[in-house]
Write a protein that binds this ligand. Structure first.
Ligand SMILES: [Zn+2]
Length: 455
């Protein structure tokens, strides 16, 4: 029914006189208000370099407003940004190679080998219509390819919400290779660039699969059914260099990997697991980056310990060494006012306190894992945006302990006292000449052991 309505409207909108005479006959009582929708037809072609030719047509009561970039790199790489005379359409071309040469960053456009990485937010002109549904049809000519992560409709069109454009995921255009890495019922599409040096692709894929399995074990399954992961080679570097998640429309990870990275460097590194953990939580609005970064900073070493890649002593050694860096965030600044420096370990310390509090109040029947799995089950993954109140309420409803609300009041809204030395003592952790020493008779020792083994 709705498709018919759309088709009719599109036909009517073709003639201005008809559209104008039609409008007064539609009262809200007779016809449902048509929700705005914009269709993008995008052609990838080789026209003196990689080029996107885009044609947009919008339907709905309100007209779209496309803002033409007037200066900067994007303006220099655009051609023919021409709104149609009907006020509902737009055509433009984007020279990806030109933009990559000017911007040279993956968050706008970056050339890697014979391809260009560019997020949706760069190349998809925003129609400015709140609540608009966006559908995309992509066509690659001249032997080119693209990789993008958006849900697909039965008719083959990709779709996203207009509000996702600004946070839109990474995409890649041109010539590259890709492989599918399965993780249980989920898949990760891994893009690599065969013209560049780097560790052998099968080795990288096995490491990605291992990391994904470890993350899946914590969350009861990999957080997203489908993820796009771009492995970007970095010359003259060993190990993992940088990672970033962009989740608007679908989860994507950009991972910069040193061309000289060795096998051992991969499983020893924290970045990929950290980014995969970000897939498992909503983007939290407001001054709450500490929730996302704290969760990833606390869970990454824990998940790699549970996977057997590091020892329990190494895990607690890291917490004992690094958590003091986060203490001023809880005791002086408050997490809501935290500076960038305290974001990660301040947030991680909050998550350790939360894990222990939930376990203590539930006699170890629930934990932070119970809370985070509940958020994920409620749809709170990286493709969504939640308030912190919703995140904490979902968590507290699952554990029944009220932990997040209480600790949030104590350390986020205000700063409060925290005796970290007493906490290590109660957990039975001390530092001897040969490293960390555990005391299993300490009052909280059972909770400490449970953190690395269960729930
Ligand atoms: Zn992070």
């Amino acid at each position: 029914m709705r498709n018919l309505w759309l088709t009719l409207f599109t036909l009517l909108a073709g003639g201005p006189a008809l559209a104008a005479s039609q409008a007064p006959a539609q009262t809200p009582a007779q016809a449902p208000a048509q929700s705005p929708a914009c269709e993008y037809h995008i052609r990838l072609q080789d026209e003196a370099g990689l080029m996107l030719a885009v044609q947009v047509t919008c339907s709905g009561e309100r007209l779209p407003v496309f803002d033409r970039p007037v200066d900067g790199d994007l303006a220099a790489a655009l051609t023919g940004f021409e709104p149609g005379s009907d006020g509902r359409s737009l055509r433009y071309g984007l020279h990806l190679d030109r933009l990559a040469a000017l911007a040279n960053t993956a968050d706008i456009a970056q050339r890697i080998d014979r391809a260009v990485i560019s997020p949706l937010s760069t190349w998809l002109a925003d129609p400015g219509l709140p609540e608009a549904t966006i559908t995309l049809t992509l066509e690659a000519l001249d032997g080119l390819h693209y990789a993008i992560n958006l849900p697909q409709r039965d008719d083959g069109r990709l779709h996203l919400r207009r509000s996702d454009i600004r946070f839109g995921g990474y995409a890649v255009f041109g010539r590259f290779s890709s492989a599918t890495v399965p993780v249980g019922n989920a898949v990760i599409e891994v893009v690599s660039f065969p013209g560049r040096a780097g560790p052998p692709v099968p080795l990288v894929q096995a490491w990605i699969a291992d990391s994904a399995q470890a993350v899946a074990a914590y969350f009861g399954g990999f957080p997203l059914a489908r993820t796009l992961l771009l492995v970007v080679p970095v010359p003259d570097r060993a190990g993992v260099v940088f990672g970033r998640v962009r989740g608007g429309g679908g989860g994507t990870i950009l991972l910069q990997l040193g061309e000289q990275a060795q096998r051992a460097a991969l499983h020893d590194d924290w970045i990929l697991v950290h980014e995969m953990i970000h897939l498992a939580a909503p983007f939290i609005t407001g001054r709450s980056a500490w929730v996302m970064e704290g969760m990833a900073t606390y869970l990454e070493p824990l998940i790699r310990t549970r996977a057997g890649w590091r020892s329990t002593a190494q895990l607690w050694q890291e917490f004992v060494s690094d958590m003091p860096r986060g203490i001023p965030a809880l005791t002086v600044e408050s997490l809501d006012a935290v500076s960038r420096a305290g974001l990660y370990w301040g947030g991680a310390t909050f998550m350790l306190l939360a894990d222990l509090d939930i376990r203590e109040r539930s006699q170890n029947r629930a934990s932070l894992q119970t809370c985070l799995r509940a958020v994920l089950r409620a749809g709170g993954d990286t493709t969504t945006r939640w308030s912190r109140e919703r995140f904490f309420a979902t968590c507290d409803a699952a554990t029944g302990t009220g932990t997040m609300a209480r600790l949030g009041e104590r350390y986020a809204r205000q700063a409060s006292m925290l005796d970290l030395a007493a906490l290590w003592r109660d957990l039975g952790i001390s530092t001897g000449p040969a490293g960390i020493v555990f005391d299993d008779n300490a009052p909280l020792a059972p909770l400490r052991r449970a953190i690395t083994t269960e729930g």
